[in-house]
Write a protein that binds this ligand. Structure first.
Ligand code: DX5
Ligand code: ZN
Length: 220
């Protein structure tokens, strides 16, 4: 099943409750946390995740684009995240393993995220314990960027690793996902599609979510 995860980075932060309600037909809510160090942008922190948790029952998929994320796992879990993604480039392997261990202790689902420069094999040390792998299809930091077609190879490779080692693990893609690119990433093996501008920029938001979800059917 294809799942759609609208990214609230493209929402109006002064009307966040309204804009979260607008995507309630989606499968989960994608929350982009940026620290101004791992990426050149600053967005959402722990108190905002706490407020989001109070205003929706949607599954919260929290994408941590922060350095040394192990420091903040417990705080985001307590704030109400259902799943946390940490970037493999954000710390040493032992500290990434530690971040995943804390997620397990806190009872949140575990994901690792890959910048475009990172090879698919980098997930191998962690794959058996993951609930999701997130493959970036743009350089993390900003919404509204152009989809990087080169990343289709990485998606294919991560799909093969998942099928071999942990078939229950989900494969999420993030960046530049729109009606034109969704069929490509689905064909390459993704099953969770993050979309910011393609959802919030649409006149008919539920229609845009349904269209992205049905992208693979149009392909055949
Ligand atoms: C980018 C973020 C994305 C972003 C996607 O660093 O991780 O989640 O919101 O935005 P679009 O769908 O507009 O590319
Ligand atoms: Zn994201």
């Amino acid at each position: 099943m294809i799942k759609i995860a609208p990214s609230i980075l493209s929402a109006d932060f002064a009307n966040l409750a309204r804009d979260i309600q607008a995507v309630s037909s989606a499968d989960c809510l994608h929350v982009d946390v940026m620290d101004g160090a791992f990426v050149p942008n600053i967005t959402i922190g722990v108190p905002v995740v706490q407020s989001i948790r109070r205003c929706t029952g949607m599954f919260l998929d929290v994408h941590l684009m922060i350095d040394k994320p192990a420091r903040y796992i417990e705080a985001f879990a307590k704030a109400g995240a259902d799943l946390l993604s940490v970037h493999l480039e954000a710390d040493h392997p032992a500290r990434i393993a530690e971040a995943l261990r804390i997620m397990g202790d806190c009872g949140v689902k575990k994901a690792v995220a890959l910048r475009p420069i990172t090879r698919a094999e980098a997930v191998l040390p962690y794959i058996q314990e993951l609930d999701m792998v997130l493959v970036m299809t743009v350089e993390p930091g900003f919404g509204g960027q152009k989809f990087m077609e080169d990343q289709l190879d990485t998606i294919h490779q991560v799909r093969a690793i998942i099928d071999r080692h942990n078939p229950a693990c989900e494969l999420e893609v993030d960046g530049g996902i729109a009606p034109g690119t969704a069929p490509l990433v689905i064909e390459a093996g993704a099953n969770v599609l993050v979309a910011g501008s393609a959802v919030y920029g649409a006149d008919d938001i539920p229609g845009a979510i349904a269209a992205l979800r049905g992208s693979h059917r149009r392909m055949r």
